[in-house]
Design a protein around this ligand. Structure first.
Ligand SMILES: [Zn+2]
Length: 191
């Protein structure tokens, strides 16, 4: 090998890593979110007795993982998000929190609804029939620990469904900024 060829090899060894970092190791198969099903505030009247509760849906159609943000502070808790969404100032009469999964600022992943529950996560056609809605707290982009949380959540959701889910954002097919302007820059870090 010429000196020049050797230099090229050495350059690649150090620089190609920066261009294409190796994927992080998959999360351990024992990882689980915090199960908050039935433990969060619901619209007054109660979960099943609300005038229009979330219906059950055909689990066989659930094959996508859709990412959202809260458009609020990263420090918000899952309780505060659920309280807001069932309160008088919410943008819809949500019977309960409108996501299946909610990732808080400390990376904690909260499991809020089983996947056969048709929560109102997106008004895009078919979204609430097909999507597992996963939201992080924040109004711009997730923190590294939230990305790790969402990565774990996606892998866990795929283990539960038994196949690879289609990954998309709220704004993929709907006029919204959700889940933030830099989505394309961090989406590949979710798996
Ligand atoms: Zn959204």
């Amino acid at each position: 090998m010429t000196q020049r060829a050797a230099a090229v090899v050495a350059w690649r060894a150090t620089h190609q890593k920066q261009i294409a970092p190796p994927p992080p190791p998959p999360p351990p198969p024992t990882w689980e979110p915090v199960n908050m099903i039935g433990q969060l505030p619901t619209r007054p009247g109660g979960w099943e007795t609300a005038s229009y509760p979330y219906r059950s849906r055909d689990i066989n159609r659930v094959r996508r993982f859709r990412v959202h943000y809260t458009a609020g502070p990263t420090s918000a808790s899952v309780h505060s998000i659920a309280s807001y969404q069932v309160g008088p100032t919410a943008q819809a009469d949500f019977p309960a929190i409108a996501y299946h999964l909610l990732v808080e600022g400390n990376g904690r992943v909260n499991w809020c609804h089983d996947f056969d529950k048709r929560v109102w996560g997106s008004a895009a056609p078919g979204a609430n029939e097909m999507d597992i809605h996963c939201c992080y707290t924040g109004d711009y982009e997730p923190t590294p620990i939230q990305i790790e949380g969402m990565r774990n959540a996606l892998a866990w959701a795929e283990r539960r469904r038994g196949f690879t889910l289609e990954l998309l954002a709220h704004r993929t097919d709907y006029a919204t900024n959700c889940p933030g302007p830099t989505w394309e820059q961090w989406r590949d870090q979710l798996r």
